[in-house]
Design a protein around this ligand. Structure first.
Ligand SMILES: Nc1ncnc2c1ncn2[C@@H]1O[C@H](COP(=O)(O)OP(=O)(O)OP(=O)(O)O)[C@@H](O)[C@H]1O
Ligand SMILES: [Mg+2]
Length: 212
C-alpha cells in the first residue's frame, strides 16, 4: 500500500447546477496533469439498493420518506470499502453528490430535522473538499427542462438550497462556494485550482470521518 492517498473531492449543488459537467471535466484535467482520478456518483443506481432508489426517483415505486432517506445513506455506505480502496491506491475521487445532498433533500420535506437526517451518514469518509456549485434554482431550471423525476421542481429546489446553506455553516467541513452561474470553462478553472491544491495536501493526511 502506498502512503500517498488520493483526495476525496465532492461537488454539490441544486439540480442542473452543472455538477456532472464539472465532475467529468475535473477528472479529465486531473488525469492530464498526471494524477490518477476517477468519478463516482450518488446515488449509484447500479447496486440492488441503487435500483430501489432509482425506481423511487423515477416515480415507478413509492417508499416511505424515512425509509428512502436510509436507503440513500446505505447506498453511500455500501460503496465505502471501494472508495477507501481507491483512495489508498492513490486515486483521487471526484464525487457527484454525497451525504450533503442526502440531508438537504430529505430535510426539505416536512417533519424532518437536519439533525435526524445527518445521523445515518455520521462517520462516512470525510471529503477533503466540498465545492458547492451555487446558482439560483430558477436559473438552473432554464439550463434544461426539469424532468419527470421526483424533486425536480423549483419550489422544492428552493428549500433544498436553504438546507444546503445551513449545512455550509459547519466549518468542520472544507466548503468552497463556487459561482456556477458563469460559463462552463470559468467554473472549471476555479474548481481545478481548488482541487489541485487540496489533492497535493491530502496525500499526507489520513482520511477523516464526516460529522464526528
Ligand atoms: N456553467 C454553465 N452554463 C450554462 N449551462 C451549463 C453550465 N454547466 C452546465 N450546463 C448545462 O446545464 C445542463 C445541466 O448540467 P449538468 O447535467 O452538469 O447539471 P447537474 O448539476 O449534474 O444536474 P442534475 O442535478 O440534474 O444531475 C446541461 O445541459 C449542461 O450542459
Ligand atoms: Mg448530474
Amino acid at each position: 500500500m502506498t502512503s500517498r492517498r488520493g483526495a476525496l473531492i465532492v461537488l454539490e449543488g441544486v439540480d442542473k447546477a452543472g455538477k456532472t459537467t464539472q465532475c467529468k471535466k475535473l477528472v479529465q484535467t486531473l488525469l492530464e496533469s498526471g494524477r490518477p482520478a476517477e468519478m463516482m456518483r450518488f446515488p449509484e443506481r447500479s447496486t440492488k439498493i441503487g435500483q430501489l432508489i432509482s425506481s423511487y426517483l423515477e416515480n415507478k415505486s413509492n417508499l416511505e420518506d424515512h425509509t428512502v432517506h436510509l436507503l440513500f445513506s446505505a447506498n453511500r455506505w455500501e460503496l465505502v470499502p471501494l472508495m477507501k480502496e481507491k483512495l489508498e491506491q492513490g486515486i483521487t475521487l471526484v464525487v457527484d453528490r454525497y451525504a450533503f445532498s442526502g440531508v438537504a433533500f430529505t430535510s426539505a420535506k416536512p417533519g424532518f430535522t437536519l439533525d435526524w437526517c445527518m445521523k445515518p451518514d455520521v462517520g462516512l469518509p470525510k471529503p477533503d473538499l466540498v465545492m458547492f456549485l451555487k446558482v439560483n434554482p430558477a436559473e438552473a431550471a432554464r439550463r434544461g427542462h426539469f424532468g419527470t423525476e421526483r424533486y425536480e421542481n423549483c419550489a422544492f429546489q428552493n428549500i433544498v438550497l436553504q438546507r444546503f446553506e445551513e449545512l455550509m455553516m459547519d466549518s468542520a467541513v472544507n466548503w468552497q462556494v463556487i459561482d456556477a452561474s458563469r460559463n462552463i470553462e470559468d467554473v472549471h478553472e476555479e474548481i481545478k485550482n481548488y482541487s489541485q491544491k487540496v489533492a497535493s495536501k491530502a496525500v499526507t493526511e489520513p482520511i477523516g470521518h464526516l460529522w464526528t
